[in-house]
Design a protein around this ligand. Structure first.
Ligand code: AMP
Ligand code: GLY
Length: 423
């Protein structure tokens, strides 16, 4: 079959790598893709939210399945667009419709969903400009640190964690009264601070059945020792050493099952990935957030551990036959370390030539922000190249990634040397 994958990051290169290994694929298209996907698929210069051009592409190339990488087109309703178009309605889209995507698109929607279905999460209240004074009182009733979340999508910047009550009030005012994050902060969720260790749980569902994919842990902060600004993710490992059978069972019984059942009860159709951001607090799992896509760079360690033909898995999702499928998981650990452009996640430069990729044999190289120009691979984003390796445990795998990452070179390259430091 011909498949179209939307997106251009490390997640999409990894998905393209996995999908292209299936002998069920005739042609794989990636829009817009990067220098990594161009080597294993056909890159098409179409934006992920240009639904009109995506339709033209799908019809022109006889696309028989669309896999959506990032949340943006889902939140904008790409799946609904397909369902409402007579020429596209029969083509399966892997990714939820707009209503399901609201689990990521609105923090308040996600919190009320969890409350309704008794899914453990931080206590919270939400506020708008009209209730700002009550928001101040609510902050005064809490203990620091204070967690403020813009309701809508804010490019990963909408969560503020503050120690000082006056600063928290000022930020609440900036979000509600001064549109600090535009319309995204017209509603602000204030929640209880949870102290624990974070991990990522990935679920694939056809709306009826579900499969839990390998667990992962990512490292979000730019600096070593988890310091400095939040990024999209600087590295990841899978499996997660502190997730044992008993903890996994709690995650499945208290969080995954009530989520799938809750979606059905609420008549929210959902086909695709659910990324549940978890935190382990005193041995108990709680939900930090839902995302309606795979994580990045978690995908770079989750996909390499799935041994199944992934197109068969995606077909089972599309045909609602996921219950009949058995996932075959590689016992080994996989880790990834992300190289980034100096300055990221703030201002950074693009267009630097990347050297050394061809000298790496025992790691998987996944491109994030890269572009091919006259046969050269150039940096084209903050996160640039992820180096994924296998090992009998995460330390062994990390040693391989760190050996190989030294061969990669571009102007002002940076990466964290302490992935896994807390385990
Ligand atoms: P989110 O965008 O909701 O994932 O939040 C970004 C990051 O903020 C998370 O990965 C956590 O590290 C942190 N965070 C969010 N909510 C809380 C909370 N209630 N308690 C502690 N940390 C949080
Ligand atoms: N690595 C976290 C995310 O994809 O949101």
């Amino acid at each position: 079959m011909n498949i179209l994958l939307l997106g251009s990051g490390g997640r999409e290169h990894t998905l393209a790598w996995k999908i292209s290994q299936s002998n069920k694929v005739k042609k794989l298209f990636v829009a817009p893709g990067n220098a990594g996907t161009s080597k294993i698929a056909n890159n098409i210069d179409v934006k992920v939210d240009d639904f009109g051009q995506i339709k033209e592409l799908v019809l022109a190339e006889n696309i028989e399945m669309v896999v959506v990488g990032p949340e943006d087109p889902l939140v904008k309703g790409i799946h609904d667009f397909f369902l409402q178009d007579a020429e596209l309605a029969q083509i399966p889209v892997i990714g939820p419709q707009k209503l399901g995507a609201t689990l990521e698109g609105s923090k308040e929607f996600a919190k009320t969903f969890m409350k309704r279905h008794n899914i453990p999460t931080a206590a919270y209240e939400s506020f708008t400009l009209d209730s700002m004074e009550e928001g101040f009182l609510f902050l005064e009733s809490m203990n620091p640190p204070y967690v403020l979340k813009a309701d809508g999508l804010a490019a990963g910047k909408g969560v503020l964690i503050l120690n000082d009550i006056n600063e928290a009030k000022e930020e609440l005012k900036a979000m509600l009264a001064d549109a600090k994050f535009g319309v995204a902060s017209q509603t602000v969720v204030i929640e209880e601070f949870l102290n624990g260790i974070e991990l990522s749980c990935f679920v694939l569902t056809d709306g009826e059945h579900y499969k839990i994919l390998p667990m992962a842990k990512d490292y979000k902060r730019i600096g070593e020792g988890d310091t400095g600004l939040n990024t999209g993710g600087m590295g990841a490992i899978s499996p997660v050493p502190f997730v044992d059978g008993a903890f996994m069972q709690k995650i499945e019984e208290r969080i995954v099952k009530p989520t799938i059942v809750g979606l059905k009860k609420d008549s929210i159709p959902y086909v695709g990935f659910i990324f549940i951001g978890l935190i382990k607090v005193d041995g108990e799992p709680k939900v930090i957030e839902y995302n309606v896509r795979m994580g990045d760079p978690e995908t770079e360690v989750v996909m390499p551990r799935i041994k199944n033909d992934f197109v068969e898995v995606l077909q089972a999702v599309a045909e609602k036959k996921l219950g009949e499928l058995r996932l075959d998981i590689d016992e080994r650990s996989a880790v990834t370390v992300m190289t980034v452009s100096g300055g990221y996640p703030e201002a950074y430069e693009k267009g630097k030539e990347i050297f050394g990729l061809d000298e790496i044999y025992d790691s998987l190289i996944f491109h994030a922000g890269t572009k091919e120009e006259n046969g050269k691979v150039m940096t084209n984003g903050g996160r640039v190249i992820a180096v994924t390796s296998y090992g009998n445990d995460f330390r062994e795998a990390l040693a391989v990634s760190y050996k190989n990452i030294e061969k990669i070179c571009f102007d002002d390259i940076y990466y964290r040397k302490d992935i896994g430091f807390d385990l």
